[in-house]
Write a protein that binds this ligand. Sequence first.
Ligand code: IPM
Ligand code: MN
Length: 345
Amino acid sequence: SRSINLAVIPGDGIGQEVVAQGLKVLNAVLPQDVKLETKEYDFGARRYHASGETLTDADLADLKKHEAILLGAIGDPSVPSGVLERGFLLKLRFAFDHHVNLRPSRLLPGVATPLAGQPEIDFVVVREGTEGPYTGNGGTIRKGTPHEVATEVSVNTAFGVERVVRDAFARAQARPRKKLTLVHKNNVLAFAGHLWTNVFNQVATEFPDVTTDYIHVDAATIYLVTDPARFDVIVTDNLFGDIITDLAAAVSGGIGVAASGNINPSREFPSMFEPVHGSAPDIAGQGKADPTATVLSVALLLRHLGYDDEATRVEAAVSADLGERGDTTRTTDEIGDALAVRVAG
Ligand code: IPM
Ligand code: MN
């Protein structure tokens, strides 16, 4: 019989609450013959305060035994900004070579958007996940003086750019509209811009049926608001992708419904699925967090593991739930229960 060996990292703040709902829905949607085995990890602020530790080599070795990871959120105001994010989250993405950071945006019927009318929004951002300015390649001189100089070098390798661009082309080819937009800033960032544009144009020759487009990142933020229907698949670097996917979330139902997958397509390492939102310490422990983003991340997880029907059922349940949600205020648990009932039925 089949089984899924899942590592679970609830993390900080609302991460605990939303992951519980994600697991609830996962349990409800899986067929009887699929055995779900989970192991929970205590990563985040509590572990850090108790031991001073972030992610260790032993943790990585242990996590590596799993087929996938479900993560809630990492980050807490009791720890200086960046320590947990870099020590757990980014370390995981880098160690497990999660170079495809997949962030779909779909405006579902009945979901409020700050945009005028009800525009067609159905695109996916393929954000590079292991390079760019996230590599920690930089330094400071004359620190703390009025003449402090700080550099933060964006690292872009031909290998790294090509593999993520190729992945994005393949995803675009598999979608009805078959359109891929490169988002960068090649009018200013000449070196990285050249590499991205060049690789993009070269790989494009292997995908003649995919329509291609290029937009500077600043202009892309305009189109995401004024004409989001023009996007199908977007490929971009780590930092641009971070920024535009928050905007993409804001226009397509908000951060409460934005899902993501940190994917290692070779499956050499487990891929990790997480809501785009953070730990939201201001509402943690109150049962107010919307678990929808985590549940949609579970759908991405299911699809990654080859459970396509189950993934589709989870997405349909979320669609129906959002469509009928109206003005009712429900707790985290109530939304999770409603979704679990829908996927089971
Ligand atoms: C995200 C987050 C992270 C990122 C932070 C918490 C390090 O904003 O997943 O988008 O910048 O990638
Ligand atoms: Mn972000």
